[in-house]
Design a protein around this ligand. Structure first.
Ligand code: HEM
Length: 459
């Protein structure tokens, strides 16, 4: 049964937002988790680009298609806020993170944090990544049905400890393991259905995890303040905006906890999607490997990674096929409109790049893996400014997108030199969308070590 979200004010030309409540109590939660594309397609087919649906008793407006996404993300009247929107989804575990700040406070923090992602800092990051990746991959034991996603998740978490915290060299292995566990507990709690700290619940473990992380960062902060090193933790302690503003201790801690989350699952799912499609399309794997071999190095620099053109196409296509952040959350703080529809104050909005990326209106054969669509002679992404938006848009556009691209390419470059792998062409990843997407089977691939001779070609 179609219902409207709210009646537009009298005399208004605005249209009401149509929608449906879904199942009693849970609304559309299961429908979304099972297959968000199918769920959004139903909304689109029934109501068009703006409609409402419900999630556990709360109404959300689905913002579908590039025009509607652009309008909300550009947020010209500053009517949509991130803080209330995102905290409804990821709870109290990542408060103070840049993505959860708004208006002038957000701008002040973003101007400082930008200094952590300059070209010269990223060049140093790449130099630090290479040995860390090499070391982590030494532990991989190639076999049939190697669980690529599971292994990548460990790899990227190890890298985060190394690159973000500088290995926290003064801390013990036990402490580092406790930090990793606390971080995973926070991420898992964020999407818990039970959102109350009852003993034994994910929510309670998440709150405890947040405390462990805060204590850890606070303990090591004075050492980072006293001496600048290249790890992100230290960098956040020292950077300042052009106006000379710096982060306080509490701000550094909040940003570190958020950045771990922002960087981790997003990069992991992207690499795992790339491994899947490269395993299913050997001609692309060969093509990317040929470029990696041509670089002739196992320690590529920033500039080297920039030359991996085919890998760049594959990465972009994988970000389209499986968008690591399928929806972005916003909340209207005043009565407003989206694409001529009346949006009352307090409305939650789910901006959905994942849906745009699969619209046949913009992408020919959207389900097909076709990296060439991003090549200069085609540039299908140019059809609309918001046709390809895996990193979002507007003032909250991902600040780590270059960092992410470098980390992803560096890891896949190392993988191509060391291994080759195969995935059944008929394999469809059973993606779980409870939080950010991940393959629930750990993504099995048949992984083989490349011969020492072929690996030597690289050096
Ligand atoms: C493939 C990997 C990644 C994807 C797809 C991705 C995607 C996104 C998206 C869609 C947003 C915007 C959220 C919104 O508007 O509500 C965002 C924000 C952000 N991301 Fe990423 N991200 C990735 C990796 C990273 C990495 C590696 C870092 C840091 C090292 C990072 C740091 C951030 C930060 C700080 C923000 C908040 C920006 C702001 O609010 O001003 N991300 N990311």
């Amino acid at each position: 049964m179609v219902k409207i979200l709210a009646a537009p004010p009298a005399q208004s030309q605005l249209r009401p937002i149509p929608g449906r409540p879904g199942l009693p109590g849970i609304g559309h939660v299961l429908e979304y988790i099972r297959d968000p594309l199918a769920m959004m397609r139903r909304q689109w087919d029934s109501y068009g680009e703006i409609s409402w649906f419900s999630v556990a008793g709360r109404r959300w407006v689905a913002v579908l298609g590039p025009d509607a996404c652009q309008e909300v993300l550009q947020n010209k009247d500053r009517v949509f806020v991130n803080s209330d929107g995102w905290s409804a989804l990821i709870g109290p575990f990542f408060h103070g993170g840049l993505m959860l700040l708004d208006s002038d406070e957000h701008l002040r923090h973003r101007r400082i944090m930008q200094q952590a992602f300059t070209r010269s800092r990223l060049e140093k990051t790449v130099d630090a990544l290479n040995p860390a990746i090499g070391h982590a991959l030494d532990a991989w034991e190639p076999t049939d049905d190697f669980l690529a996603y599971t292994a990548l998740k460990t790899l990227t978490l190890d890298l985060a400890t190394e690159i973000f915290m500088g290995g926290a060299e003064e801390s013990t292995d036990r402490e580092i393991e406790a930090v990793k566990k606390a971080f995973v507990d926070c991420v898992q709690a964020a999407t818990s259905m039970v959102r109350y700290p009852l003993p034994g619940t994910r929510w309670k473990r998440g709150l405890d995890g947040r405390r462990v992380l805060e204590k850890f960062f606070r303990q090591y902060l004075p050492a980072r303040r006293s001496r600048e090193t290249d790890d992100l933790f230290s960098v956040l302690c020292h950077i300042e905006s052009e106006a000379g503003q710096r982060f306080s201790d509490d701000e550094v801690i909040d940003h570190m906890i958020f950045l771990l989350m922002a960087a981790h699952d997003t990069s992991t799912i992207t690499i795992s999607t790339m491994m899947q499609y490269l395993g299913q399309h050997p001609q692309w794997q060969d093509r990317c490997r040929a470029e990696s071999l041509a670089l002739g190095t196992t320690t590529p620099s920033y500039a080297d990674l920039d030359q991996l053109g085919s890998l760049d196409l594959v990465m972009k296509e994988c970000l389209r096929l499986v968008s690591p952040v399928p929806v972005m959350a916003r909340r209207a703080v005043r009565d407003t409109e989206i694409r001529g529809h009346f949006v009352p104050a307090g409305t939650y909005a789910a901006v959905a790049p994942h849906f745009t990326h699969h619209m046949s209106e913009y992408w020919p054969e959207p389900q097909r893996f076709d990296p060439e669509r991003f090549a200069e002679h085609r540039r299908e992404d140019k059809v609309h400014r918001y046709a390809w938006e895996p990193f979002g848009g507007g003032v909250h556009k991902c600040l780590g997108m270059h960092f992410a691209g470098l980390e992803i390419k560096a890891i896949v470059h190392h993988l191509l030199l060391r291994f080759d792998w195969h995935v059944d062409p008929g394999y469809v990843a059973p993606l779980d969308f409870t939080s950010l997407p991940f393959p629930s089977d750990g993504q099995p691939v048949d992984l083989r070590q490349r011969s020492a001779d072929s690996a030597r070609q690289a050096v």
